[in-house]
Design a protein around this ligand. Structure first.
Ligand SMILES: [Zn+2]
Length: 143
């Protein structure tokens, strides 16, 4: 089960909550997976993801990007539950770096939480930063 909470006034996302029905210790190795529900929200919000749309994961996405398993054909709920990288790469490719950068900023990624003393801001790639990378292997480009 998962839920996205939107601000009543701004209609902007303010929180995501989810429960995958698995022990937390099995999720400890994949902190990057926290962005996958946000990618799904961004894709759906832009009309780039249809309900029950399936993506096939054979553990490889284009050149150089991999999933930790070959998941086969997945719907979005399956992909979120399995934390499938290929599904997330497909969503990221559709959404594009500019929308991802803006959307992640709206969700507060890369920004201080204010919950911890001596906290630093995180790094959030922007289209401008990617453009400066000489040999970036990013599958997601600014559109
Ligand atoms: Zn996968």
């Amino acid at each position: 089960m998962a839920a996205a909470v939107l601000s009543r006034q701004s209609q902007q996302p303010v929180a995501l909550v989810g429960h995958l029905g698995v022990e937390p210790t099995t999720l400890a190795a994949r902190p990057g997976s926290t962005v996958k529900p946000i990618l799904a929200w961004l894709a759906a919000d832009a009309g780039l993801l249809q309900p029950n749309e399936e993506v096939s994961c054979n553990s490889t996405f284009e050149s150089g990007f991999h999933c930790f398993a070959s998941h086969g054909t997945l719907t979005l709920p399956d992909a979120i539950a399995a934390s499938c990288n290929v599904y997330a790469f497909e969503l990221a490719k559709r959404v594009g770096l500019e929308r991802i950068s803006f959307g992640f900023t709206q969700f507060g990624l890369g920004q201080k939480t204010g919950l911890v003393m001596h906290e630093s801001s995180g790094f959030l790639a922007t289209p401008q930063w990617v453009a400066t990378r000489p040999s970036s292997r990013s599958a997601v480009r600014a559109s």
